[in-house]
Design a protein around this ligand. Sequence first.
Ligand code: SF4
Ligand code: SF4
Length: 338
Amino acid sequence: MSAALVLGPLHGGGLVLGYRCSSRCRHCLYACGPHRRDGEGDGPDALERVLDALARRSRGARFHIGGGEPFLELDRLERAIAGLVGRGLQLDYVETNASWVRSGEHAEQVLARLRDAGLGCLLVSVSPFHAEFVPRERTLALIAAARRTLAGGAFVWIPEFLGELGSQPAGERLDLEAVLRERGAGHARALAARYGLVPAGRAGRFLALAGELHEPEALLSRAPCRARLVDTGHFHVDLDARYVPGLCAGISLPLEEVPGAVPLARYPALAALVRGGLRALLELARERGFTPSRYSAPCDLCTCLRAHLAQAEPGGFPELGPPGFYDPRSLAVEPARR
Ligand code: SF4
Ligand code: SF4
């Protein structure tokens, strides 16, 4: 691998309004949940500062807004939409899990307000993972409301799961734990494959619990690090002004340092990945007492190595963030409370 990491122009990204979420989906790459409080900025001006930075650094990029669950703070979401659009940045959609919907009428009122701020399309998350936390009728009511209210309607992701949200009574959520118990670990792995799950963050741990386990040696040469780290077509930026490259959740850089050459001397874990790949990161962690086990995928191993480093040497790896990602609660895979 080349010794440098140079990030080119930013093409497509998600503006994260915070990692707090009403749900704790087992497949969550960014390890969001109700306990997270990071990524929300240090006051009302944080959003404007990040929007100004994006306007300077990523003009021409296409954006979506997500989280966490962005509808938890409706005023902030409205300001984010108006702020992106008002700066001439391209907003493709806002992403939501539909947990906030009280009725079709309520959803329509909320969406009309956001439409007036500049929203054209809503991505509604649909899967058994989401349905474990969100009653089916809220998801369906929101899709219908978006189709009535927004020019671009609803972007349902993933539509093939619409028929698999369960047949439980209205107001109740899918008992995914019972489904997985009944159908076994093979069903969990098949679900992950059909979802196209990225095996990192909590998702990597979910797959490992489902029995997808490999020795580290079998994973070390399969890590797609360079391609993912330089990918500026699907980055994320949060309101603490952190840039998260590609799909490498749990690695972040100050937004002010991108695009351009990353000063790797400041970031030892990232430098190891860039210069020596996952094997070098494993060595770094071993030097700090890491004992390998078996992992579902290269990015799952990477997540566990980084979690060990973040705990072994707090503050020693400024690129290991946001901090809430490494909170042990974030990476734990647990059934929804019922
Ligand atoms: S996948 Fe989405 S809805 Fe689920 S915990 Fe993560 S951010 Fe929340
Ligand atoms: S192994 Fe780590 S650095 Fe490489 S692609 Fe996966 S998450 Fe990113």
